[in-house]
Design a protein. Sequence first.
Length: 175
Amino acid sequence: MALPLLLVLALGIIEVSYALYSQHVVVQLSREAANLISRDVTLQDAAAAMTSMASLPVDFNSDRSRLTLSVIRQGTAGRNAGKPILYQRCEIGGLVASSVLRTRGPGAFGGPPDFVALDPDNDEDLQIINLPDNVAVPNSGLIFLAEVSNEHNVITPFDKIGFRLPTTLYSSAYF
């Protein structure tokens, strides 16, 4: 009589532990990515470094993970003067996941290695419309944002009986 209960308890501990481990990996990767881009590393080099240092369950070469690197700055001239804009953006990984940052439109960015906005002073599509109130962009400074999203696969059949863990794990880090 107690064996089925112990089995369910053991499987539950294993499932939650695996989810916590997966979330820990996602959090650490987002922190490391933000740290890298804040140290004057090109976005292309940071993306390559993160791809090589990612460990399971995160794999940026698959369709299960996504890394989004963003650099935010205050517009300095033109139509974007005094407004926070998305200055650089690089995304890798095949998972369909969007950034937490919302802009007026898609914006236009150059290619590697820096992925800099083509017209940061006048392209109004680069204006960030949902920057949190407690995040202030300094006049001559930059904010570095790294976001990691990862699809989480459950390892036990508890989802069939109504116990569901998140299917997508997400973490972001600002520097």
